[in-house]
Design a protein around this ligand. Sequence first.
Ligand SMILES: *Cc1c(COP(=O)(O)O)cnc(C)c1O
Length: 497
Amino acid sequence: MLYNSTRDKNVKLTASEAILKGLSDDGGLFVPESFPHIKSSMKQLSTLSYNDLAYEIMSLFLDDFTEAELRECIENAYGDNFDVPEIAPMSYADGSYYLELYHGPTIAFKDLALQILPHLMTASAKKNGVTKDIVILTATSGDTGKAAMAGFADVPHTKIMVFYPHGGVSDVQRLQMVTQKGGNVSVVSVDGNFDDCQTGVKQIFNDPSFKEEIEAKGFQFSSANSINIGRLVPQIVYYVYAYCNLIANEKISDGDPVNICVPTGNFGNILAAYIAKKIGVPINKLICASNMNNVLTDFFNTGTYDRNRDFHLTMSPSMDILISSNLERLIYFISGCDDRATAKFMDDLVSKGSYTITDSMKDGLSDFVAGCASESDTASEIKRIYDDTGYLIDTHTAVASFVANRFKTDSALSDQPRIISSTASPYKFARSIVGAIKGSAENDKSDLEMIDELEKLCDMPEPQAIKEIRHADIRHDGHIAINEMKNAVAEFLILLP
Ligand SMILES: *Cc1c(COP(=O)(O)O)cnc(C)c1O
């Protein structure tokens, strides 16, 4: 299987080359040239462990890895660094299945991809005779940065630098990042929002003379952001696993349609669910859930993507995004793999901040429905589910839960089982969760005190990730302006005198 760029079909790379490169030189994202199809039945797959299933699914996409190489990556990624043997368990509450993707080391779903990406990258480097050290630059809205650093810390021949919006992440997210250990990691806050950080990283990647400069010093850039196919492919696995879990527990029969609702920011997680559908998982609708930054809700409902709108900081900060990078892949697929059309839409997004897809492309959106939740919708959803069932969900999951419940009466979805992608542990956003349940903000209390409050509300034990930040030293206190990002990278790589 080869990978094309969404902006140039003449680009054809193997999976390992695409993983190393991250982003195509033309600015496009790598996409498989066709969708493979799962060979076994879902019923057969439902007897497999998470790791065996991961091999079945990932080998369809990463076909230039040997079985031994891929299995080794999987074994390194999913083991007792997760606090449950199932890796991605499901809980039933309030009529929905919550797919808990937060049992990894940083208690958010990005661990599922970022625990394996460094292993895929070092295996890819070996395969392709790469002798330069890999430099990962990552813009983060909170969770990616920590999850990426946790994955890459002290992995030989790699360095990682993370940029996050100053004041745009929760205290716990910030503490998790600034206490990160490892001789090859650096993290700084930027005076700007997530999109500014992401744009800055893209500009560094697309700066040919800087690229030459770092290559001369023995480095090469790659990306750990959700645009890397080495992150996308592992995310497909847990949607197949979720479906198989329902079969194994006799909740559905093989072939029964289910709906999947995903709290969406950069469009990586939901795109993985879309690909799961394309390779044969019986998924009816993908429900795209947004917070007040509802640029995707409008896109799915009108066919116009328009980022010209106010940016809101919400209690689901990992979804505070106005440019959803991975949407470019969907645009490419629904255009019938038209690289020129995709490139034009993306140019319009840069120059005008908006684009409108064609009527025939709109037909391709029929796999999706979309909705959004306000801040008060999100808070009341957390409280309602807690009051009714005792089950606690985080703010991002609550956005998805609220939106999924709005489609309960929609005739195209109503009777079918709902799987809600539960993307973070409530412990990660304790202030908002306790605030939602108690109805008061308690602004005089610290985040760690709020975690103590949360612990009193539930029987979920405090995760290891929280225990670790209680006493850890602050190792990274850098704070820069947007236009200093390139300089910061140069300093980190010791390119400057
Ligand atoms: C990153 C993140 C999201 C959004 O996922 P995308 O793949 O960017 O759409 C949702 N919830 C949490 C907790 C996250 O960390």
